[in-house]
Design a protein around this ligand. Structure first.
Ligand code: AQP
Length: 331
């Protein structure tokens, strides 16, 4: 089976619906066709300040949500990035073939460093995309399912793989990004022109998987819309309603046009109630299962550690070849 790699940062207590639609739903559907590696990328999370105790907890919670959303640790390799040191080792080597300007063109760094200011923004935040390239190339992944916000990083990964292969000899598989449909980017419900983020400053517009049902319902009913009163998709003129339509469509599998038809002649109130029911029905079992898993952290840790061993074995093949090609002595 072809290899697949993807991951998420344990940067919040709960994942949000953008992570669910843009990543988890896709992953779940690809497990049978790929030899898949799904990682909780804690080394990425520490590129911005984290509280150590909270980080450990968030890492477990993120892993529990992967499993609760249907990632099966017996079928796919589900592990924590820092438990496999090869990620950091390969990242260093790749950083030596990455251009400074090339890294500087990454828009996620520009966005995030603005948020933190140039002295608070770490070098690790700058080299984040190189670590991501290492994650992917380590497993010779052919497919990398990501939201479209990560497309630029996968592009960099492809460039680094090609450059390494050209310079040192054929070593890496050049991966393809797998980007879901056009509706895949989910926006904040209160600020529908900004991407929804799990570590957003205000939680009011973020639908968290582990939110209480009533909280989810309230956030949807209070979502920003417009004064037209017609359920119609128009990303430029009606970003709020379009975002809600995108969520509705992604979770139900119905086309946006079919949903527009269903709500023709009805107001936003009805539409939001419909969406609320869809989201709550989707989230409730996931939330219940995640909380159950978190009740037994020792068992969860055991599963993660066994999976990390599997991942480390797979990574070792690539790393050995890389050391050899680059001219490093391998102990
Ligand atoms: N709003 C979104 N719409 C669609 N997909 C999204 N993803 C994230 N937000 C959306 C996808 O989820 C995966 C997780 O990515 P990550 O945890 O590495 O970080 P991120 O992309 O920066 O996600 P967040 O939620 O915005 O996290 P923070 O707040 O920590 O930065 C990726 O596949 C991403 O495309």
């Amino acid at each position: 089976k072809p290899r697949l790699f993807s991951g998420m940062q344990p940067s919040a207590d709960s994942l949000q619906i953008g992570n669910y639609i843009g990543a988890l739903m896709q992953w779940r559907g690809m497990q049978d066709d790929f030899d898949a590696f799904f990682t909780v990328v804690d080394l990425h999370a520490i590129t911005v300040p984290q509280d150590p105790k909270e980080l450990r907890e968030k890492t477990r919670r993120t892993a529990a949500q992967y499993i609760a959303a249907g990632i099966e640790p017996d079928k796919s390799t589900l592990y924590v990035q820092s438990q496999v040191p090869a990620h950091a080792e390969l990242a260093w080597i790749l950083s030596t073939i990455t251009g400074f300007g090339e890294a500087g063109r990454m828009t996620q760094f520009k966005d995030k460093s603005q948020r933190y200011g140039s002295d608070q923004a770490s070098v690790g935040l700058f080299t984040y995309p190189v670590l991501m390239a290492a994650d992917i190339l380590l497993f010779q992944a052919e497919a990398v399912p990501v939201g479209d916000d990560q497309k630029q990083h996968v592009e960099l990964t492809r460039n680094l793989a090609e450059r390494f292969n050209a310079r040192f000899g054929e070593t890496f598989t050049v991966p393809e990004p797998v980007i879901p449909r056009e509706t895949a980017r989910i926006y904040d419900l209160q600020e529908p022109t900004s991407k929804m983020s799990k570590s957003a400053e205000s939680q009011a517009g973020v639908l968290y998987l582990l939110d209480d049902v009533n909280v989810t319902a309230k956030k949807i009913m209070r979502a920003v819309t417009d004064s037209e009163g017609i359920v119609r998709y128009d990303r430029d003129e009606k970003p709020g309603v379009s975002n809600l339509l995108a969520i509705y469509s992604a979770l139900t599998g119905s086309s946006v046009a079919a949903i527009e038809d269903e709500y023709a002649g009805r107001g936003y109130g009805d539409f939001k109630k419909g969406l609320r029911d869809v989201v709550v029905a989707e989230f409730e079992p996931v939330r219940a299962r995640a909380l159950e898993l978190l009740d037994d952290p020792a068992e969860l840790d055991r599963v993660l550690s066994a999976n990390a061993t599997r991942a480390a074995e797979a990574a070792e093949h690539t790393l050995t070849a890389v050391y050899e090609r680059v001219g490093l002595l391998r102990g």
